[in-house]
Design a protein around this ligand. Sequence first.
Ligand code: GLP
Length: 243
Amino acid sequence: MKNFRLFKTNDYEELSIQSARVFSGAVLSKPNGTFGFATGSTPEGMYKELVRLSNEGLVLFSGITAFNLDEYYPIAPSDEQSYSYFMAKKFFDLVGVPLSKRNIPGANNDPKIDCDLYEEKLASGDLIEMQILGIGTNGHIGFNEPSDTFPGRTHLVRLAESTIKSNAKFFKHPADVPKSAITMGVGTIMMAKRILLMVSGEAKAEILRDALTGPITPLVPASALQLHRNVTIVVDKAAAKYL
Ligand code: GLP
């Protein structure tokens, strides 16, 4: 399969540990580097393992600069459903990433201006050493939903109905899921030096096969990864069903 480095694991626990190994290896070799973070249920186990490694003093995260993939819009960073809150509570606060080095897209004023500022901030620093990614059941990466073109840069996006449905599990009422989000573009993601794609569960098996072995098309945004030269994929058995 193309140039992907593929780790097949037995279950979610193994996937989390293997992903943590890959990611902490990247941090150990660049302790002051820039790293890209993702939210969702898939990376939660990896974050737990990274916190454990950090508590044992095996990896330090205090020197890194963090950029997150995406955030709902509109949402306050203090909202428990926000990705800012997720990252703070499940990772950044626990491993000591300084507040000044946490970057999460969000709009205070005009979303267009804030998206451009996010891109500028990314462009003015070092390239992302490793970008963590999950995949949506519709093939989205970040919140780049299936469409006619690959979005280049950070932008405001209207969420697909299927995404709103999938993410309703995190909210009290399905109607509470925000209808829009700000996300790095596919082009932004592709700038990362390395990508760590994590995929778990049978519900993702078909779309993962399409993304990795099907045509490169914006209808399956993750298929763009076929054009990246350094992608590590960690899957569990269920997600690897059709590989
Ligand atoms: C979310 C996020 C993505 C994530 C994906 C899968 O909506 N925007 O960054 O990778 O959908 O989420 P999960 O890991 O919960 O299946």
